[in-house]
Design a protein around this ligand. Structure first.
Ligand code: CA
Length: 231
């Protein structure tokens, strides 16, 4: 959960977090954030202190702390030591001052997630598709696609590559972790993953994603646009 009212900061952070494999739910105000947090427990909260709509970051922090024990990283322009102390005493787990270095924020996010038992980058979403590698679950609008653990790994790696094509060798390396497997095994798995995803999608019209065969290279994942596949 990313609570930040400055759209340029929120956008940059969201992009970097998503690239690191995090699913980001942005909020531009304190009240919206606190209301939204009840809908699905976040694994971590990045919280700006100076927020509009009548509830600042400290208010959000107190509200969160009453309800759940989620790691909170405060991100703020208030750099005074007493502000830091107030934030940490109110239950924040870490504190970064603006202007900040994005890599440092990501490193702190990873550290907090590790400590709380939710390693970063275990969940990916692509349109309606949600891949939870830690629980080996792929769901489409909440419906389980019934993929085997190896198939979940394969799909995860393809989606994580963000439209870049991966060779069979790279897939073997990242999914099977060994070179002794016949590369044709990859083809068989891709075929199965395609079929299971299409089955789980059902008859709701054209399947909004595809695993593309890149001849002479390997495979890549892509989401189709609403107007059909891009060129
Ligand atoms: Ca602010």
């Amino acid at each position: 959960m990313l609570v930040e009212d400055d759209p340029s900061i929120a956008e940059v952070l969201a992009l970097h977090l998503q690239a690191a494999g995090c699913e980001v739910q942005p909020y531009a105000g304190g009240r919206a954030a606190l209301d939204g947090a009840g809908g699905g427990w976040p694994d971590l909260v990045i919280l700006d202190l100076g927020l509009p709509d009548g509830l600042d970051g400290m208010g959000v922090l107190r509200g969160l702390r009453r309800r759940q024990d989620v790691p909170v990283l405060i991100l703020t322009a208030r750099a005074e030591p007493r502000d830091r102390v107030r934030g940490l005493e109110a239950g924040a787990d870490d504190y970064v001052c603006k202007p900040f270095d994005t890599e440092e924020v990501l490193a702190r996010v990873r550290a907090l997630l590790r400590r709380s038992g939710h390693p970063a980058g275990e969940c990916l979403t692509a349109g309606e598709l949600r891949i939870d590698r830690a629980r080996y679950a792929v769901t489409i609008r909440g419906r389980d696609a019934a993929l085997s653990p190896r198939e979940v790994d394969l799909l995860f790696v393809l989606v994580q590559a963000q439209t870049r094509a991966l060779t069979r060798g790279q897939l073997l390396d990242r999914v099977w972790g060994e070179a002794e497997v016949d590369p044709r095994v990859v083809d068989a798995y891709v075929t199965r993953v395609r079929r299971k995803l299409t089955e789980a999608w059902g008859d709701r019209g054209a399947v909004p994603w595809e695993i593309v065969t890149v001849w002479g290279v390997g495979y890549r994942f892509r989401l189709r646009g609403p107007e059909g596949p891009p060129p």
